[in-house]
Design a binder for this molecule. Structure first.
Ligand SMILES: Nc1ncnc2c1ncn2[C@@H]1O[C@H](COP(=O)(O)OP(=O)(O)OP(=O)(O)O)[C@@H](O)[C@H]1O
Length: 293
């Protein structure tokens, strides 16, 4: 069963583009990454998907239910963590967490306590006195305490220190191992590469790639490191050219024979051609125009 299904999902803010014609399906049990730079449309996608803002076209389903018709039922089995961590000022952390559990009409006290201990969150503090990172922890507890079937997390790790990020992903992996579907938006490609099995890339409101993290890394672009004197001006499809002390490094998306011909005519002493990592794939899709899906 698909945990998430979008067909032609579109949102315009007046005349301004939010997202256009998104087709995306995420199967139940997946750990899915949603990648895009600032303003690409990640939050708009998530908010439209959850019915928090009204779409301008297309449809969205969660566990087969139409978001427009069955919003309350869907929200009961979904945990949503927004990218901002905003709460009513003056409330204590424990009160915010209990209020959030109350919205689900569920006693989540045991799980909330466990999450707070794992994240090192002091429930007696007032939320407005917390740092951004600690407010993000409150959001995590609110999103996960009712042990939802689907966790939709919008840039969840921004503001968390590296130790907390590690603990957070441990928690998500445990949930995922128990069957929960994780849908996570991020700019941090290394965390998508480490944790997700599939991912989609969004650019200017449109999906430009979707597939296993492994297959996304296998685009035509290669990372080329060369030692020695190098001129690549005769080659097209060269991106992200960086001169290093003794050579150069660049992303190459063109014909490999043309590359080898150019390199063979130059005074190079060493050559490495490797698969780019997700960080570099992202550059390929954004600098190069990428490959449309
Ligand atoms: N309330 C709004 N009114 C008008 N335009 C909006 C509104 N919210 C978002 N947009 C526009 O929609 C587009 C997508 O924004 P969105 O916040 O979804 O991107 P994002 O990928 O989540 O970005 P970020 O990583 O910065 O959070 C942007 O061009 C943005 O300016």
């Amino acid at each position: 069963m698909n945990a998430i299904e979008m067909k032609g999902l579109t949102k315009f803010y007046g005349k301004a583009r939010g997202i256009v014609g998104l087709d995306l399906a995420v199967s139940e049990g997946e750990f899915f990454g949603f990648i895009g730079p600032n303003g690409a449309g990640k939050s708009t996608t998530i908010r439209t998907l959850l019915g928090l803002i009204k779409g301008s076209g297309g449809s969205a389903r969660i566990f087969g239910k139409d978001i427009a018709a069955e919003k309350n039922g869907i929200l009961m089995e979904t945990g949503y963590m927004p990218s901002e961590a905003l709460f009513y000022p003056g409330m204590r952390v424990g009160e915010v967490i209990r209020l959030s559990a109350g919205l689900r009409r569920k006693d989540c006290a045991v799980e909330a306590d466990l999450l707070c201990r794992r994240l090192g969150l002091d429930t007696s503090k007032k939320v407005h006195q917390l740092s951004f990172g600690n407010r993000k922890k409150v959001s995590i507890v609110c999103a996960l305490q009712h042990q939802p079937r689907l966790c939709i997390l919008d840039e969840p790790t921004s503001g968390l220190d590296p130790l907390m990020q590690r603990e957070f992903f441990e928690i998500l992996k445990e949930r995922n191992a128990r069957g929960a579907t994780i849908f996570l938006s991020s700019h941090v490609l290394s965390e998508i590469q480490r944790n997700c099995t599939r991912a989609a890339i969004i650019r200017e409101g449109r999906l430009i790639a979707c597939g296993s993290v492994e297959s996304l890394s296998k685009t035509s672009a290669k990372r080329v490191h060369v030692q020695g004197e190098l001129t690549v001006s005769t080659l097209t499809e060269v991106r992200d050219l960086q001169q290093t002390g003794s050579g150069a490094s660049f992303l190459y998306g063109g014909d490999i024979q043309a590359l080898l011909r150019v390199l063979s005519e130059q005074k190079i002493t060493d050559l490495t051609i490797s698969e780019p990592d997700l960080e570099e794939i992202f550059l390929h899709y954004y600098l190069d125009g990428g490959e449309e899906t």
